[in-house]
Design a binder for this molecule. Structure first.
Ligand code: SF4
Length: 233
C-alpha cells in the first residue's frame, strides 16, 4: 500500500484533485481508498447512530446499501493507516489535508518541503496533466518505511531514502528490508521494526510451535496473528 497526501489552503481544489487522481488510479486497475481530515462530524445529531455513540458505544456500525464504521475516538493518521485492516489491503490511500504528515504530497498551493512531489494549479489542469500526475504518484510514493536504518539502499536512514523516493532518485522496491517484511511486531499499536535475523527467529520459532497444534487443513499457511496480553494496558 502506498500513501499520497493532497494538501493546500482552503478552496484551492484539494477535494477535486483527490477525486481526479483517485479516478485515474482506479482506471489503471488499482484499489484506492481515501481519508479526509475534517473538523466536521458527519454523524448527525439526533440520528440513530448518533444516539448509539452518545450512549458510549466505542464502535458504531451502520449497515445497509453501504457500511460505515464510526469509532468514537480521535485517531492520528498513523494510527488509522496502521490499524485499520481494510486500508492495508489497498494499493493506494489518498489522504486529504494532513499537511504535516511525512508522506509524499501533491500541493494545491505553493509548498516546498521534502515530501512535496509537485505543486499544481487544480483549476487549470488538463486531462494529460492528470495522467502525468498519476505517473508521478506511481513512481514517487511509498507506504510504511521500515525505520530500521540499515543503510543497505545507500542512504544512511530510512527517512533519507523516503525523501529520495519523493525526488525520484530511487523507488520503494529498492529497500533491502522490503523482502524481509514477513513478520511485523506491534507493541501498544506502535510498529516496532525488526531486522531480518529477528524476523527469521520469530517466524521459525512460532511456526514450529504451531505445527504441534490442531489447525484446519491449510495449517499455518497465509497470515498468522498472535496477540499477547501482558498485564493491564
Ligand atoms: S534499505 Fe530500507 S531499511 Fe535499509 S536504510 Fe534503506 S529504506 Fe531503510
Amino acid at each position: 500500500m502506498k500513501i499520497l497526501g493532497i494538501v493546500g489552503t482552503q478552496n484551492t481544489g484539494k477535494t477535486t484533485l483527490v477525486a481526479l487522481i483517485a479516478s485515474e488510479l482506479v482506471k489503471r486497475g488499482y484499489n484506492v481508498g481515501t481519508i479526509k481530515h475534517t473538523h466536521h462530524d458527519f454523524d448527525l445529531e439526533g440520528k440513530d447512530t448518533w444516539k448509539h455513540r452518545q450512549a458510549g458505544a466505542k464502535l458504531v456500525v451502520g449497515s445497509g446499501e453501504r457500511t460505515f464504521f464510526l469509532i468514537n475516538e480521535r485517531m492520528d493518521l498513523d494510527k488509522i493507516l496502521k490499524n485499520i485492516k481494510f486500508i492495508k489491503d489497498l494499493d493506494y490511500i489518498i489522504v486529504e489535508g494532513f499537511k504535516f504528515a511525512s508522506y509524499p504530497k501533491i500541493s494545491t498551493t505553493e509548498a516546498n518541503d521534502d515530501y512535496t512531489i509537485k505543486n499544481v494549479d487544480v483549476f487549470n489542469l488538463k486531462d494529460e496533466d492528470i495522467s502525468s500526475l498519476a505517473d508521478l504518484v506511481e513512481k514517487r510514493t511509498y507506504g510504511f518505511i521500515s525505520n530500521t536504518d540499515c543503510g543497505n539502499c545507500g542512504y544512511n536512514t530510512c527517512m533519507e531514502m523516503a525523501k529520495g523516493i519523493v525526488k525520484g532518485e530511487i523507488s520503494e522496491e529498492e529497500c533491502k528490508m522490503k523482502k524481509f517484511d514477513e513478520v511485523e511486531l506491534f507493541i501498544q499499536d506502535k510498529n516496532i521494526p525488526l531486522n531480518p535475523f529477528v524476523q527469521d527467529i520469530l517466524k521459525k520459532g512460532i511456526l514450529g510451535m504451531l505445527k504441534t497444534l490442531k489447525t484446519d487443513e491449510k495449517g499455518t499457511q497465509g497470515k498468522v496473528e498472535l496477540l499477547i496480553r501482558n498485564g493491564p494496558e
